[in-house]
Design a protein around this ligand. Structure first.
Ligand SMILES: [Zn+2]
Ligand SMILES: [Zn+2]
Length: 163
């Protein structure tokens, strides 16, 4: 059963059950000719299950705890993160140095503003193309050639603000 309705700006929208999210990414990988290796799938599952931004060292701990002495070495985990980032399955939040799952894994890597709650630490994609396009257009009007946008808005989510 889905936990939430499909309102993309709902504060808890980023909560995925890990298994079904990994399955969706697996399908996207097949369609795009990418390979979701076991370690990539495992890292992705941990990020999706976290439900809030998760840091690299926390992921390393989860991988080690789950696999024991034969666990994947940190560089392997970092390479898995690079793959997931490059293909748009996760986002990196620069201001909190943590990762979140992207809830539309069927689209390619994309720029998207994030709303980050400083109380419960949830992070939600602000799905508004107009914001991204307006920034891009303003930059180009100044002769600037934009290549990536990092837009992270800090504050309180609706639930925390109402408390
Ligand atoms: Zn996304
Ligand atoms: Zn909150």
């Amino acid at each position: 059963m889905p936990k939430t309705s499909h309102a993309c700006t709902a504060p808890r929208h980023h909560v995925h059950d890990g298994a079904s999210f990994v399955a969706a990414v697996e399908r996207a990988c097949v369609e795009r000719g990418l390979r979701l290796t076991p370690i990539r799938a495992r890292v992705l599952g941990f990020i999706a299950d976290a439900g809030a931004p998760i840091k690299a060292y926390e992921l390393l701990d989860l991988v080690r705890d789950g696999e024991g002495p034969g666990a994947a070495a940190p560089p392997t985990v970092y390479r898995a993160l690079d793959f997931l980032l490059a293909n748009g399955f996760i986002h990196k939040l620069q201001s909190v140095n943590a990762f979140v799952a992207c809830h539309h894994p069927d689209t390619a890597q994309h720029s998207v503003p994030f709303l980050i709650c400083d109380s419960c630490h949830s992070a939600v994609e602000l799905e508004d193309e107009a914001v991204v396009k307006a920034l891009d257009a303003r930059a180009r009007a100044l002769g600037f050639v934009p290549q990536a946008q990092t837009l992270e808005v800090h504050g309180l989510c609706a639930a925390c603000a109402a408390r």
